[in-house]
Design a protein around this ligand. Structure first.
Ligand SMILES: Nc1ncnc2c1ncn2[C@@H]1O[C@H](COP(=O)(O)OP(=O)(O)OP(=O)(O)O)[C@@H](O)[C@H]1O
Length: 251
């Protein structure tokens, strides 16, 4: 992997209709790091990932991705956000991973088809090419999406709840791919809820409760004190969060 710039977040506020979902966050995802983003429901985890990938424009602050091009950043949204009713086959879904390199209109080369079959095999789905995606189980579909990520060959990989509602065997297999990406010095960021999984597999953690509670090595970020603070912040959120006031408090 050629040199990857860090993802730097400076005083980042991301808001929906002026209501901040991520509030004055600063820090950096180091090149080659493997970071879990955790926090209570509504903590702004998905919002942060969407902002990192450029899907939402910050209300304040900056995200610097250095010389990374859009195609250098792969993004796996939550499965709930993906429409599987579209009549498309597994092969075409995985082949989307090539689009960053070949564009929409060029045909796949034999080598690309070979890579696709290899990626499907790596996720345990040999022979699934012609299956419609709507016919797959949740776990099989997540394997397909990971095969697509393999083809994308991105320097930075952002995963939003990749193991949500996924069985233990599939999770273990996909965690191996995450470890492989980490071993290849890609920068990987994953939104997760399972703290044991985070402690076992993710060296760094950002604990978010709209604001940063902790960001650093997992053992020091996920202390009982920090987790309690995150929970208290979540309990304090009113149904309607205040607007982001100029004096930096939530009004
Ligand atoms: N498109 C949207 N329009 C308005 N508000 C939104 C939108 N998306 C998210 N929000 C709000 O922003 C806040 C943060 O949401 P986000 O989905 O980022 O949290 P999360 O930490 O990923 O939560 P979860 O763990 O439940 O998935 C929540 O209060 C949510 O209701």
């Amino acid at each position: 992997m050629s040199a990857i710039p860090p993802l730097v977040v400076e005083d980042l506020t991301v808001a929906y209709d002026r209501h901040p979902a991520v509030h004055h966050l600063s820090g950096r995802f180091e090149p080659g790091s493997l970071t879990a983003v955790v926090g209570p429901n509504g903590a702004g985890k998905s919002t942060l990932v969407k902002a990192l990938v450029g899907l939402i424009t910050p209300a304040q602050g900056r995200i610097s991705t250095g010389k990374l091009r859009r195609r250098d950043i792969a993004y796996l949204p939550q499965q709930a956000e993906i429409d599987r009713s579209f009549p498309i086959m597994v092969a075409d879904t995985v082949a989307l991973g090539h689009w960053g390199r070949i564009g929409l209109l060029r045909a796949l080369t034999g080598a690309m088809k070979h890579e696709m079959a290899h990626a499907l095999s790596a996720v345990g789905l040999e022979g699934f090419e012609a299956r419609p995606i709507g016919s797959l189980s949740v776990g099989q579909f997540q394997r397909v999406l990971f095969a697509r990520l393999l083809l994308q060959d991105a320097k930075v990989i952002l995963l939003d709840e990749p193991f949500n509602a996924i069985d233990a065997k599939t999770t273990a297999d996909l965690l191996e791919l995450v470890a492989r990406w980490h071993g290849e010095a890609r920068t990987v960021v994953a939104v997760l809820h399972d703290m044991d999984q985070v402690r076992s597999h993710f060296p760094d953690t950002l604990l978010l409760a709209r604001e940063q509670i902790a960001w650093g090595p997992t053992a020091t970020a996920l202390t009982a004190e920090h987790l309690l603070r995150a929970r208290h912040m979540a309990e304090a959120w009113a149904e309607n969060a205040g607007v982001c006031a100029p004096d930096r408090r939530i009004a």
